[in-house]
Write a protein that binds this ligand. Structure first.
Ligand SMILES: Nc1ncnc2c1ncn2[C@@H]1O[C@H](COP(=O)(O)OP(=O)(O)OP(=O)(O)O)[C@@H](O)[C@H]1O
Length: 228
C-alpha cells in the first residue's frame, strides 16, 4: 500500500534521511523505532508531504505521493496523528470530528463509543482538554477521515500510565478491526505486541528490519539501537 524507496530528506541543506526504503501492506501494522533524533518524525513528515523529499520515490496505493498537496492526502486515504497532538484550541471536541468526517465506519458517534472520555467532553474546546484527552482527540480526528493507512507519531509519549494504557487499548481495537498503521513509539515491548513488522532507524538510515518475533527475541538489538 505504502512504498517508500531510497528516500532522502532533511531540513534546508542538512540531510536527515539517507536512502530509506519502507513498505506497508494492506492490513499490516508496522513499528518505526529508533533513539531520539534518528529521523522517525522526519520520515513521517516527509511521507505526509509536510517536508519536501530531496530524492527517492513514495507511492501510496500506486499514486505518486510527491505530486499530492498535503491537504489532499486525506482524500487518498492517509491520516496522521502528529507528534504533539496539535488539536485546535478554539474548536470543540465535536467540531473536530464533524469538520474532518469522511464516509466510512468511523463517525463521530462510533468514535465517542471508542473514546468514552471524549464523549463526556464533547462540548469542551481543544484548549480545555488534558494532554491525554488531546491525544485521544488527535486520534479520533485522524480516524474520522476513515483512512486506509494511519500514521501515529509518538501517540503514547508524555502521558500518565493509565492514559497510555487507554491509547494502547484503542490501538489493539484498531488492530482487531484490520487497520493498517505505521506506529512510531518508544515502548518497544508494547510495540512488539501490537505490530507485525518493524524498522529501526539509526542516524537516518534503516539499520534493521524484521518481524515482531525476531525483534522480541533479540534484546541485543534493543540495547544497540534503542538504548533499552
Ligand atoms: N525543524 C527542524 N529543523 C532542522 N533540523 C531538524 C528539525 N526537526 C528535526 N531536526 C533534526 O533532524 C534530526 C532527526 O529528527 P527527528 O525529529 O526526525 O528524530 P526522531 O527520531 O523523530 O526523534 P524524537 O524521538 O526525538 O522525535 C535531528 O538531528 C533533529 O535535530
Amino acid at each position: 500500500m505504502l512504498e517508500v524507496r531510497d528516500l532522502c530528506a532533511g531540513y534546508g541543506g542538512s540531510q536527515v534521511l539517507f536512502d530509506v526504503s519502507l513498505e506497508i501492506g494492506k492490513g499490516e501494522i508496522v513499528g518505526l523505532l529508533g533513539r531520539n533524533g534518528m529521523g522517525k518524525t522526519t520520515l513521517v513528515r516527509t511521507v505526509m508531504r509536510l517536508l519536501p523529499a530531496m530524492s527517492g520515490a513514495m507511492t501510496f496505493a500506486g499514486q505518486d505521493l510527491r505530486g499530492i498537496a498535503p491537504h489532499r492526502l486525506a482524500r487518498c486515504g492517509l491520516a496522521l496523528v502528529p507528534e504533539g497532538r496539535r488539536v485546535f484550541p478554539n474548536l470543540s471536541v465535536e467540531e473536530h470530528l464533524t469538520a474532518f468526517a469522511r464516509p466510512g465506519r468511523w463517525t463521530p458517534a462510533t468514535l465517542f463509543e471508542l473514546f468514552p472520555t471524549l464523549a463526556s467532553r464533547r462540548g469542551h474546546m481543544g484548549a480545555q482538554l488534558s494532554g491525554g484527552e488531546q491525544q485521544m482527540l488527535a486520534m479520533a480526528r485522524a480516524l474520522v477521515t476513515n483512512p486506509q493507512l494511519l500514521l501515529l507519531d509518538e501517540a503514547t509519549e508524555g502521558l500518565a500510565p493509565l492514559i497510555r494504557e487507554e491509547i494502547w487499548r484503542v490501538l489493539g481495537v484498531l488492530r482487531e478491526a484490520g487497520h493498517s498503521m505505521l506506529v512510531v513509539d518508544k515502548y518497544v515491548q508494547r510495540l512488539v505486541g501490537l505490530a507485525d513488522r518493524h524498522y529501526i532507524l539509526e542516524k537516518g538510515r534503516v539499520a534493521w528490519t524484521g518481524s515482531s518475533q525476531a525483534l522480541g527475541a533479540d534484546r541485543e538489538l534493543w540495547h544497540r539501537y534503542l538504548g533499552v
